[in-house]
Design a protein around this ligand. Structure first.
Ligand code: CO
Ligand code: CO
Length: 373
């Protein structure tokens, strides 16, 4: 449960943003942001739930009657408007809520990946003079700065993931399929304390499959000479970890050992660069230069990392064009890779948090190529 004082601080920051330069109000529907701002959990279903925060008035929520009991735990001002099972009545309830919040003609911001046509239509019917516009940065900016409790949850998610992998490694043997390893790892994640809603199903890819950064675990059996990429994460209180390690199955090609060393050096260069006021792009550049100067630039086909928190991918994106200066509390992945198509690939992914004077790694499993089997 999120302490009421933390929720109040978050809501206050949101209101300040809305007063300064944002749209007049924000509409939030079931998403990690809804939980972040209200402490409430709602499923994304055919029955819409929307909370409206505005610069002038207390927040209002529109929700189905059958879920109204959830509001009993709320310890901040929140006016509720409930609707029944007849969808033809819903827009009327939205109209009442928008009127109570003084938003009939307002500019209302929303998260473009969360608000659906369903909610948009209801808003348009309820308040034809209001405008709904994307306001993704407003929420992304709030969520980008993690407080101590959030970092503690992420640290725990990293710890659980690492322990789960260690418990899985004895099952990694020649002849075992990627799916079998992924199944074992998923079970170990739950056994070690992850919330069952994993950030994503583990990627376990061996041999040629390891050269595909987003491979799904297959029936392919591990063979001697394979590289094995495992990319996995745990969930603690909604906060994710996202880690990748690469292993050698028996003796592997010298070139595969070499690319593993280059990726490790790129990972270290990015770690060494990440600190306050350095642009995200510089972290990407640090990793990319190591790989490019070793002659493998065109085989590093993705950005160096992505923000991590309540979502597996969020701001800040560690990309060559992102000039956003890093600041304390920002958390993201560092995950350079080299993918030799149809042959083998390597990725080494860590989760880090920017501190007042540098960057702290939440993940500390050995990064150099370990030989298994
Ligand atoms: Co990953
Ligand atoms: Co990642």
């Amino acid at each position: 449960m999120i302490p009421p004082s933390v929720l109040q601080t978050r809501q206050k920051k949101l209101i300040e943003t809305l007063q300064q330069n944002g749209p007049r109000a924000i509409a939030i529907n079931p998403s990690p942001s809804l939980h972040y701002l209200t402490g409430l959990h709602f499923h994304f279903s055919e029955r819409p739930v929307v909370v409206f925060f505005s610069a002038q008035n207390d927040p209002v929520i529109v929700l189905p009657e059958l879920e109204a009991a959830k509001l009993q735990e709320v310890q901040y001002p929140l006016h509720s408007f409930t609707y029944g099972e007849d969808p033809t009545q819903w827009s009327q309830v939205f109209a009442q809520a928008l009127q109570a919040a003084g938003l009939e003609k307002a500019q209302i911001g929303a998260e473009s990946r969360a608000l659906r046509l369903l909610e948009l239509r209801l808003l348009q019917e309820a308040a034809p003079e209001a405008t709904v516009l994307p306001a993704d940065e407003v929420i992304a900016t709030l969520r980008m700065y993690k407080d101590e409790s959030e970092i503690a949850a992420m640290q725990q998610a990293a710890q659980i993931a690492q322990e789960a992998l260690q418990a899985t490694l004895p099952a990694v043997k020649i002849g075992v399929t990627e799916k079998e390893i992924a199944a074992e790892l998923s079970m170990q994640l739950l056994r070690h304390g992850s919330n069952p809603q994993l950030p994503f199903f583990p990627i376990v890819s061996g041999g040629p499959n390891s050269a595909n950064p987003h491979a799904a675990p297959s029936e392919r059996k591990l063979q001697a000479g394979d590289l094995l990429v495992i990319d996995w994460g745990a969930n603690v209180d909604g906060y994710f970890s996202d880690i990748t390690r690469t292993f050698a199955i028996g003796e592997v090609d010298t070139e595969f050992r070499r690319i593993a060393e280059i990726v490790l050096a790129a990972n270290q260069a990015a770690h060494a660069t990440a600190r306050p006021s350095v642009p995200a792009a510089a972290v990407d550049r640090a990793a990319r230069e190591v790989i490019a100067s070793a002659g493998y630039g065109k085989y590093f086909t993705h950005r160096t990392g992505h923000g991590l928190g309540l979502e597996g991918h969020e701001e800040p994106y560690i990309r060559g064009d992102n000039q956003m200066p890093l600041e304390p509390g920002m958390s993201f992945t560092i995950e350079p890779g080299i993918y030799l198509t149809n042959r083998n690939g390597v990725r080494i992914e860590d989760d880090v948090v920017i501190t007042t004077d540098g960057c702290q790694s939440l993940t500390d499993l050995p990064r150099a190529l370990i030989t298994l089997a």
